[in-house]
Design a protein around this ligand. Sequence first.
Ligand code: FES
Ligand SMILES: [Fe+2]
Length: 424
Amino acid sequence: MFSKEDNEKLCRVGPGTPMGEAFRRLWIPFLLPEELKADGSPLRVRLLGEDLIAFRDTEGKLGLLDRYCPHRRVDLFYGRNEHCGLRCPYHGWKFDTTGRVTEMPAEPENSQMLQDTRIKSYPIIEWGGAIWAYMGDPACKPETPPLMEWATVPDSHRYVTKRLQRTNYAQGVEGGIDSSHVGILHSRLDPEKVELPFKQRQVSPISTVPYLASDTAPKFFVRPTRHGMTIGARRNATDDSYYWRITQFLLPFYTMIAPNKEGGVVMGHSWTPIDDYNCWVFTMTWNSERPLSEDERDNGAVHADTKNDGSYEPLVDASSDYGLDREVQRLHSMTGIHGIGMQDTAVQESMGPIVDRSLENLGSGDAAITRFRRQLLSIANELAETGQVTVANNPDWYKVRSAGVVLPHGVDFQEGAAKYTEVK
Ligand code: FES
Ligand SMILES: [Fe+2]
């Protein structure tokens, strides 16, 4: 059983919490480049439970500052982004992207206060289709973000979106590594066979992978790795072969879904913690070899549609029961909810923002989830005991991808699929 104390440790991400401090040792993707324009509107940001303000200055430099002015605490969202700095509207203090105060127009000239005052600021970079922040001890800053394949391919080879999910990050990760729900939650039903029991009506959610419906009780193999873990879900294919969906969990909150065909696109997520109760679901689709086609950019509605008001809230949410259509649920799909992404969000949000894990009854299909929790607690413990988070300083460990392959019986899945899962 997962204790209430461990649940608190896993889920709390604010300053001074064990997990929040571990996350502060890593670069974290939190914005899309489109959200910040040079001299454009400053953007309210909440990340790891801290209220911040982000802006792009006249020269394109990025800044991430405390949300509140160090003078008398005005919200810098109301500030002016002008001539290489963000100016507080109350008394005009102006801050550059590094947190230096460059002007105090209401103070005497040459005031020592100008040299002595700073605003809290964090390093922030644009890289790999996202904007990343580092919120930890400056002396421990990793040289680069993790070298995940989606972030290292050319822009034309990748498609990245984000949407708001009103749950703790860990609930999202647990959905991302939970292969056993794929053939159930996301299954389509044959509308011609309403009289038959559920199992006999299932149609695979992925037309190129019939095995998802023909074998809905896969056997799971969980292998810890230096980047997190590799999970093999084994289903029967032919008399002498298995179909393996091999997914990756990358510390501390990245997941990768198996591709649906050889040479096809790979998909993944970052479950970026906004605070204890909300996360950004970044969804990435990429192909290492070639630009994406229009069809490939959204593969099975995993990238959910969002409002275009800058909130990145999905078009449907709990207030509309995620658009659940009972007639569609009766005839065509498990949930009656449109799109794989929103089906996941609906069940994950329905547990409440922080699920009470002490009340669960985990089964054999939940082995990856148990391991994920232990790994997360262990990075927090590592930081407390050694002052280090080893994985943060090894961006090369992230050069892996997921795979979907048919392998003969008797072949170890990690060895048999190595040529697909290793990124050169
Ligand atoms: S409160 Fe910001 S300059 Fe006075
Ligand atoms: Fe799912």
